[in-house]
Design a protein around this ligand. Structure first.
Ligand code: SME
Length: 159
């Protein structure tokens, strides 16, 4: 996966844009079509204290609402840490939006103030599809794109 090319493409497509939904939709499209491992790619947004709601995504159906105390997305929102899940069957509380998902990567999304505004979730139908390199490279892209947004957030659930 050529992450520097992906980062450059997303950077030029998002240049000057501050609308969070427009940025999320563009990033999801580019990431989703950049690698065959990615079967579901999308954002969950912090919409109130301890509550995530679905945002722009590509792939099959995505669950609409995820409380912070549930799923891989909830674990990421609570801890503010990347979640690399090699086998979703072995992740206690995993929420199966699709029965074909085998592994998952979820990353925190922060605005310019460092507030958690959501999480970025990628599912794969392959076991152990995600590496630490994927997490680092995608986190860097997220930080670049959303670092310029003043996207509002709700009280930081994880503090
Ligand atoms: N599997 C996620 C829920 C979202 S679906 O993957 C789109 C979770 O456990 O939080």
């Amino acid at each position: 996966m050529d992450y520097s090319a992906l980062s450059a493409r997303i950077g030029s497509l998002c240049a000057g844009e501050e609308d969070t939904v427009a940025l999320m939709a563009t990033l999801v499209c580019e990431v989703h079509h950049s690698d065959d491992r990615f079967d579901w790619t999308g954002f969950y947004r912090v919409v109130s204290e301890g509550v995530l709601k679905i945002g722009p995504y590509q792939g099959g159906h995505g669950c609409l609402v995820i409380p912070f105390d549930r799923g891989v997305c909830g674990a990421c929102a609570r801890s503010g840490e990347a979640q690399i899940v090699e086998d979703v069957e072995r992740f206690a509380g995993h929420i199966a939006c699709s029965s074909s998902t085998r592994s998952e990567l979820v990353l925190p999304v922060r605005n310019a103030q460092g507030d958690l505004i959501g999480v970025f979730d990628i599912d794969s139908d392959r076991a152990a599809a995600f590496t630490a390199e994927d997490a680092t490279a995608l986190q860097d892209i997220l930080d670049r794109v959303f670092a310029s947004t003043a996207a509002p957030c709700y009280p930081r659930g994880h503090e």
